[in-house]
Design a protein around this ligand. Sequence first.
Ligand code: PMP
Length: 355
Amino acid sequence: MSRFWSAVVHGLTPYVPGEQPKLDNLIKLNTNEHPYGPSPRALDAIRAATGDGLRLYPDPNADALKAVLARRHGLQPRQIFVGNGSDEVLAHAFMALLNHGRPLWFPDITYSFYPVYCGLYGIEQRAVPLTDDFSIRTEDYLPQGGERPGAIIFPNPNAPTGRLLSLAEVERIVAGNPDAVVLVDEAYIDFGGDSAITLVDKHPNLLVVHTFSKSRSLAGLRVGFAAGHADLIEGMERVKNSFNSYPLDRLALAGAVASVEDEDFFRESCRKVITTRDALVGRMRALGFEVLPSAANFVFARHPRRDGAELTAELRKRAIIVRHFKAPRIDQFMRITVGTDEQCTVLVDALKDIL
Ligand code: PMP
């Protein structure tokens, strides 16, 4: 530890991202990327954006992207905030909207970046336990007695469980906390849920965050966005303009706009993943796994007789990488990204071999 570090840096517990190994001969099912590539129209647009144009700064307001996103979701461009991946969008929301001197509530089993941001921004946290079947219980997020959340954040579907909360339940949480911002992180919503973006005009305290990394197969481009009331978005823009006034580079802007414009490709590539996921769930259950119902592009599964860490290591020996979390209640589980049909067949064969 350096004596030159600030007290803030000494106190941080940074996030450790999933391993990103070289792909040669590996089946990489550990960080929930999409198994098929992005829209060919997005790739063409990125290629077209290379060249002399890169001499110039990008549009600081990302107007073209905000316009297509607003149109697709029936909103105004001033209701959209864009950033380098949803992690960056979340960071802005934490700083601008979730830091009120009262605790931020989120599920005890959830995306592990949330406690990291709380540490960074000095936000008190309250971990709300999931139920025995790993669901979010709506009632637990409604004000009880004297205790009220300063703000609430949860992924829907939740990560790493994959379990979905219905839109009606999400709305109960939002409507039940009119004085707290409720941030719904919909990184995986396109694989089987109804987006709460349809509710943002009704609830000024709702912010919904999306990523292009999963359903749009553009994790390498780093694009995410938030949709909400113009007041919430303006708060986030103030933070952004205080330290990064160019939210996205020219290649990312070009690729993201073309991806949103290619709705048919988007729907079809999500459909393929959903079909493969449902088949994978069935095949793993047939092998004796308990698999949580998944509305995401991954499955969360444990075997009654085999240790999760051990299974993960055995798969690794067979060149298949899945994610294991050393955390209370979930250390017997593996989180497995839905790959191509062929990759899933190799995975299931490897599991049969191991069991
Ligand atoms: N939210 C959740 C729930 C996630 O699982 C992830 C991916 N690790 C993200 C946000 C961030 O994704 P990205 O920064 O690639 O948009």
